[in-house]
Each structure stands twice: as structure tokens, then as C-alpha cells.
Design a protein around this ligand. Structure first.
Ligand code: PLP
Length: 395
């Protein structure tokens, strides 16, 4: 195993920007670089390019272009949706109760924690062992003073898919706005906002082969979350800041390619299942998250008696880029709140590996990953005092 390769299987963290996307962006940088707010033709051309990109994205996710606002990333979209509704509720004295799940990304979870410090009350819905919210729990959690329900579409760590349509219908029946962080869903599932019945939905281009630093928020017509960012009045006065035209064009191109290639994702699932089977054959290993109701690309496993960080460093030496916990918390040593929420004890939550594959991978890569993980896990266990104690206890 000395042949140094580079196998990228961390597509939940970010994805490779496709050449077609780079090409579309380069043309904006070279030819349509004007400020869309400028009145001369270079500016007007940039404005036209921007609005065309908005129309293309809106048509893919099934909304009116007027309902789509561009932002700088998924995190900003999440903050805006939640803080915007909370600010409205304060202004109109509506109530201070918000419902979410126990496994939200920090972009949502930390936003809610900040609101709790300002006097909001948050109910965190259980996700049980399979990592999925139960709609009947939402029904029970709704109160007179509930002002928002926010549940993510696809979990970034364990890949589980939440029953968004059912959850949104329940919120709607109580006239409560429903927001979904769909950063890990858009470009991977055939997301159509009107069919889902959500009021707001966030997305981020770098998760579907687009550039980093550009996102969007769908806001149903008639709903107006208060502004998060003030300034020159771009995006119909709702989100100021000179528009990232090249990034937005890149996002439109990436999303078109993602929707066009949706049918090819069956190969990703086949590879994922092939790899998962091999990884789960390693003793004292478990799969995290529902076996079936999960995104095609994700396999998340826990190996008892080892540390995920050590595993990652060793895998990196063999050219494998994977992740433990979520990408954004990988510089923290706390066990993942998602793995704890599905009932993993701390020590097992620490020994987790998330692999998120893409069209770029091959079955050969899966064989290499499985073989390398197996040998690295057994090396780490040989050095583990916990494993040693476990073996002795069995003697
Ligand atoms: N929400 C989820 C579910 C994510 O996985 C991520 C990124 O990992 C984000 C939000 C944040 O998106 P961005 O990196 O564009 O800020």
C-alpha cells in the first residue's frame, strides 16, 4: 500500500468545481464584469446575465425567480431565514418559540443558540436511532407561540433524509412558516420547492460542483423575513451587497449539470453500498443513520476502540481525503452532536468516519479505501489501551 494516490471522498465538505462551471464563470470575469447596478451597457449586461441565472435556478427548483435571493453561502441563507423570522416575531409581538431537530448543521444550531440567549425558546425534536424526525413529534411540539419550524432536508454527517413534505404540511396546517436547510439536498435530490410545500429553503453552490462563497435563499411570495444585511439595496432591497455575478452564473451552470445528471447517481449508490458492505465487515463497526433513507453518496461508520482523528491522519498518508464528524466541526474535539443524538456513546462517536463519494470515484477506489481502512483500523486498535482492556476482559 505504498503507491500514493489521491482519492477524494469528502464531497459532503465540498465538491470539485466542474470545468464547464469554470468556463461559464471565466466568461463573466472576462466579458460581463460590470456592476449589475451600473447604468451603462456593461452594467446592464451584467444585470441581464444575473437575472438569466436567477431564472435558470428558479426553473430547476420550481419557483418564481422573484422568490429567489442570492447570498454569500449556505450559512448566510440559514442565518437570514431564521433570524429574519425571529426579528419579525419580536417586532409584531408574536411569540418566541421555535422548533428544530437535534441534528441541524451549526449554521442553524448555533443561530438558534444565539436566539436562545435573546430569550427565544427552542424545542429540539428527537431523531431516534435512525437519525430521522417523526412528524407526529412535530405535531405534539407545536404551541400557540410557535413562530418557526426549521428542519434540515439531508443531514450533512449521516446523510439521512428528513420527511420534509410531511413536516411542512403540519407547519402549514398551523400557519407557521417552515424553513429547510437544504444545503446537502439541492443538486442531489430532485428538489422542487412547491411540491415540498416549504416556505423557505437554503442552498449552497459548493456542495454541487459550483464555486464556494455563493448561496441562495428561496422565500415564498408573501413571506418577508427581516433583512440580515443592509446596504445599497440590491436583491430588491432584501440582501444588499454587489452581486457575485460570476459565482451566481457558476451556481446556475453547476445546478443545471446536477439536474441533468441526476439519473447517473445510481452508480454512486452502487459504489456506496459496495463500500459500506466491506467496511461493516470489519469487526466492532456500526453504520450510523438509517440504512435506506439516506443520500446516495454517504456512508458513516463508527469503529469501536479508535479515535476518528487518528484514523483520518493515517488515511491522509494513504491519499484518502475523508472526514470525521461534520466538516465544519472537524477542528473541534467534542464528539459530534449528531452522533450523540442518534444514541452513540461518546467513545464510539469519537471513532467515526464519514465518506461521501461522487461520480469521480470508481469501484477500484472503493476497494482501495476498504483495504486501507481495514489495515489502519487494526493498527490503531493494536495501539489502543481500550481495545487491549476489552480483549483481556474476554479472556
Ligand atoms: N448546512 C448544511 C447542512 C451544511 O452541510 C453546510 C456546510 O457544510 C452548511 C449549511 C453551510 O454551508 P456553507 O458552507 O455554504 O456556508
Amino acid at each position: 500500500m505504498n503507491d500514493k494516490k489521491l482519492i477524494y471522498v469528502d464531497n459532503g465538505a465540498t465538491t470539485r468545481v466542474l470545468p464547464e462551471v469554470v468556463e461559464a464563470m471565466t466568461s463573466v470575469y472576462n466579458e460581463t464584469f460590470g456592476n449589475p447596478s451600473s447604468l451603462y451597457s456593461l452594467g446592464r449586461n451584467a444585470k441581464t446575465t444575473l437575472e438569466e441565472a436567477r431564472e435558470r435556478i428558479a426553473s430547476l427548483i420550481g419557483c418564481d425567480p422573484k422568490e429567489l435571493y442570492f447570498t454569500s453561502c449556505g450559512t448566510e441563507s440559514d442565518n437570514w431565514a431564521i433570524k429574519g423570522i425571529a426579528a419579525n416575531a419580536l417586532k409584531y409581538n408574536k411569540g418566541k418559540h421555535i422548533i428544530t431537530s437535534k441534528i441541524e448543521h451549526h449554521a442553524v444550531d448555533h443561530t438558534l443558540k444565539a436566539l436562545e440567549k435573546q430569550g427565544f425558546e427552542v424545542t429540539y425534536l428527537d431523531v431516534y436511532e435512525n437519525g430521522i424526525v417523526r412528524p407526529e413529534d412535530l405535531e405534539k411540539a407545536i404551541r400557540e407561540d410557535t413562530i418557526l419550524v426549521t428542519v434540515m432536508y439531508v443531514n450533512n454527517e449521516i446523510g439521512t433524509i428528513q420527511p420534509i413534505k410531511e413536516l411542512a404540511a403540519i407547519a402549514k396546517s398551523h400557519k407557521i412558516p417552515f424553513f429547510t436547510d437544504a444545503v446537502q439536498a439541492v443538486g442531489k435530490l430532485d428538489v422542487k420547492v412547491k411540491e415540498l410545500g416549504v416556505d423557505m429553503l437554503s442552498m449552497s453552490a459548493h456542495k454541487f460542483n459550483g464555486p464556494k462563497g455563493v448561496g441562495a435563499l428561496y422565500v415564498r411570495r408573501g413571506l418577508l423575513p427581516a433583512n440580515l444585511i443592509e446596504g445599497g439595496g440590491q436583491e430588491k432591497g432584501k440582501r444588499s451587497g454587489t452581486e457575485n455575478v460570476a459565482g451566481i452564473v457558476g451556481m446556475a451552470k453547476a445546478l443545471e449539470l446536477a439536474y441533468a445528471r441526476m439519473g447517473e447517481r445510481a452508480k454512486i449508490k452502487e459504489m456506496r453500498d459496495y463500500l459500506a458492505k466491506k467496511l461493516l465487515a470489519i469487526p466492532y463497526t456500526r453504520l450510523n443513520g438509517d440504512k435506506d433513507i439516506r443520500i446516495d453518496e454517504n456512508v458513516n461508520v463508527s469503529f469501536e476502540f479508535i479515535e476518528g482523528e487518528s484514523l483520518l491522519l493515517l488515511l491522509d498518508m494513504y491519499g484518502i481525503c475523508a472526514s470525521t464528524g461534520s466538516a465544519c466541526s472537524s477542528n473541534s474535539l467534542d464528539p459530534s452532536h449528531v452522533l450523540l443524538a442518534i444514541g452513540l456513546p461518546h467513545e464510539i462517536a469519537h471513532g467515526s468516519l464519514r465518506i461521501t463519494i461522487s461520480e469521480d470515484n470508481t469501484f477500484e477506489d472503493m476497494d482501495y479505501i476498504a483495504k486501507t481502512v481495514e489495515s489502519v483500523v487494526s493498527r490503531l486498535r493494536e495501539m489502543s489501551p481500550l481495545y487491549d482492556a476489552f480483549l483481556r476482559s474476554k479472556e
